[in-house]
Write a protein that binds this ligand. Structure first.
Ligand SMILES: C[S@@+](CC[C@H](N)C(=O)[O-])C[C@H]1O[C@@H](n2cnc3c(N)ncnc32)[C@H](O)[C@@H]1O
Length: 227
């Protein structure tokens, strides 16, 4: 089953520990070694442990305590910062009802990029960037840098009944960095474009030109050898 599939009871505060290989997929593409990383929804520390094993230093917080050591209890959406400095933010955020909490995590994370953080990496559904209402976080956001698509599906609920898990959801790491090349700042608070309100400019396919067309226009332009 996947985090969003509806055939199960949702876990309180979306506590779905991240399998080790999912964090390793991020580390295969981005060198976080020696950075000071904030894991702001640390849960039981599954991402934290992999980051630390890779050589990163990690400051940890969550809105709730699950027995894993936390540096602070913080609601990430409040704008509060942890007690130690950090340069990057990495987490698998709670998605919340209709993904609204995941969007609030992006907004909060992008604010930290405008205040000095150098990287934000969030694990989200693979189609998260395809909604028109979220263009401000992706195509229209100068800070949006990369999408690292997972090539396997994560099992969020290991089965205990002996049946092989067959998750249906794809996920990706989405990465933002402050844009150095463009003046425009990420504006996470810009209102979303109304759904369905975007008019795509239609491109007219070039009209097929027959040999007679071509010869005809050449003749009209007076080119030699065409009369
Ligand atoms: C999908 S789990 C991820 C846990 C951990 N990051 C991991 O990957 O194993 C989401 C976590 O977000 C935490 N959470 C939910 N709402 C939060 C909030 N507003 N601020 C900080 N953490 C929150 C939950 O308590 C839970 O630990």
């Amino acid at each position: 089953m996947g985090k969003h599939e509806i055939s199960y009871v949702r876990v309180e505060r979306d506590l779905y520990p991240t399998p080790r290989w999912v964090t390793e997929a991020l580390l295969a593409h981005i060198n976080l070694n020696r950075l000071m990383i904030w894991e702001p929804a640390a849960g039981k520390g599954d991402i934290v442990k992999v980051l630390r094993d890779s050589g990163a230093r990690v400051v940890t917080s969550d809105i709730a305590d699950y027995g894993f050591f936390l540096d602070a209890l913080i609601d990430f959406t409040s704008g509060q910062v942890p007690p130690a400095p950090f340069t990057a933010i990495v987490t698998n955020p709670p998605f919340g009802h209709r993904n609204t909490l995941a969007e609030t995590f992006i907004v909060a994370g992008l604010k930290h990029l405008t205040h000095g953080a150098s990287l934000l990496a969030l694990l989200l559904p693979a189609d998260f960037d395809s909604a028109n209402g979220r263009r401000r976080f992706f195509g229209e956001c100068p800070a949006f840098t990369a999408k690292i698509q997972l090539t396997r599906r994560a099992v969020w609920f290991p089965r205990t009944d002996g049946v092989r898990a067959a998750p249906k959801e794809n996920h990706a790491w989405y990465v933002w960095e402050p844009s150095r090349l463009r003046v425009k700042r990420p504006n996470p608070e810009a209102p979303p474009r109304p759904e369905g309100g975007l008019v795509l400019k239609k491109s007219t396919p070039p009209r097929h030109r027959s040999a007679r067309d071509i010869l005809g226009s050449a003749a009209r332009s007076g080119e030699p050898g065409t009369t």
